[in-house]
Ligand binder design. Sequence first.
Ligand code: CO
Length: 634
Amino acid sequence: MSKIKISDTSLRDGHQSLWATRMATPDMIPVLKKLDEIGYHSLEIWGGATFDVCIRYLNEDPWERLREIRRNVTKTRLQMLVRGQSLVGYTHYPDDIAVKFIEKAADNGIDIFRIFDALNDLRNLETCMRTVKAIGKHTQACVVYTISPVHSVQHFVDTALRLQDMGADSICVKDMAGLLAPYISYELIRALKENLDVPIQLHTHYIGGLAIATLLKAAEAGVDIIDTASVPMAFGSSQPPVETIVRALQDTEWDTGLSLHDLFEIAEHFEQIRKHKGFERGVTRITDMKVFEHQVPGGMISNFYSQLEEQKAAHRLDEVLKEIPRVRADLGYAPLVTPTSQLIGNQAVINVLLGERYKMCPGEVKEYVRGCYGKPPAPIDEEVRQKIIGDTPVIDVRPADLLEPMWGKAREAVKAWSESEEDVITYALFPQVALKFFEWRKARSAEDVPQIQSNDEIGPTVVENKASAAPPRVKPPVKPRAVSRGDEDMNIDEIRELMLLLDQSNIADLELQKNDFKIHLRKYAAGVIPAASNPVSAVSNPVFAEPVEEILDESITEVLAPMVGTFYAAPSPDAAPYVKIGDRVEPGQTLCILEAMKLMNEIKTDFAGTIVNILVENAQPVEYGQTLFLIQKD
Ligand code: CO
């Protein structure tokens, strides 16, 4: 037994878990030299969501942040989190991008690469691990901890042994949801220490409050390194506080040797940032602690809550939290971590909202079931697989083997902006966001504004979705259309506008639109559409005063939006629409895409018929229950 070493996560997981990753580089700089003096084993400062958030929300170059930190931290090792073949994104990237990414991260200052795969599919770690080894940096490979019938201590030890064989310089037990209980922690760390030669590190989250006890039991079992955060960024869904752990181990054989006095100085700095920016403290709510039931990491719950709110279904959170473990079991007990947490969580939301399980599945869930994210820990339920992808073949090779190299194309695309290889990588990882960022950067340098954006310009933090599973689609601008009577393509808003214009005096000209309009009215009567979106002027109009049920043509069926989202008529902006007016459709045929909760959901018809009308324009937002299509049933 010996002293325990500590990695500080304040500048990565700490603010990612509590502050939606919104700490900016200028908030970090004043405290870097102090952090460097503490005697930490390493500082986790890069990777995870930090890269994406830098370019997407903070208008910061993540590479510049890394260099800035490296300039200030000269003694302590810098560490980053790599999501296996997904690097710092949400999808698998080709090997050429993975290799370049690791090389450039090392060039710019990273010493320790902590690499994990959401499914513990070790093939997804191969390229990154091999590259880190080749450039002589420290390869830390993760065993992602979760609880399921297939995840036994023996399973984790076997996984760790294979990672050691693959060249891991150390092993990290990554417990992203704070599920590791103290006595299991003792058993697991003990087994790993007995079976492996490399150092063992433990990464856990506070959430339900187990973490401090879990770390102490791990210390007794011989863990080499543990992760903590400075107190303003500890507790809640983050790591336990370093100050507590240092004190708890003082004057024992595991004494960390760190100075509480110096740690408090650092904590004061972060506390000022927290107050100034209105960032949250780490707290545990009952829903957070229910992680013991549903395993959903705390940060994700607020995510689901805002998604459900968007869908006007916030009151269904409990149902979603019950559905998540069922979906997880169906899909082979994947640990809930980026990106599987998003896939499983969103599928659960959709199952609850639609009232039928797997009636609709995001493209990403289909890809998961096809094996495009790797091999799930347990087999996928056969019936569920059939429902999601039918007879589409499942791949059994390493997913990245199927990806074309991207470097050449990315370099070409970035040429107009930059010659830097770092920029090419940024583009390869997040194409749309990167271009917007390059544009902003160019404009900024033209204006000659200061190098780093002032914090105050960012404004108060908003806890948004911490991760988006799909890159945002660029929405084409909606062209304003002249409203003319008799225009067969008029939508309901235009009719309303027209009714107001005409002061309802010329209703006869609106006959063409009557059917759409009546359906809208019927839904209004049924309370599906909120009052605000109603053709107010028409409600009292005598022409439409007849009972709405009677005026509907029985053979015409509406296809309604199952969720709030954005309507897309075609799979991509330059592709042909799925259907047009007059088309015949068969059951199961895709009618459109509804982008909701950052995922692309295909809307299908349940019956055969002919498209009579399409009531939404491409790229327009739609409400829950809004009519998208009218189909004349066979
Ligand atoms: Co974490």
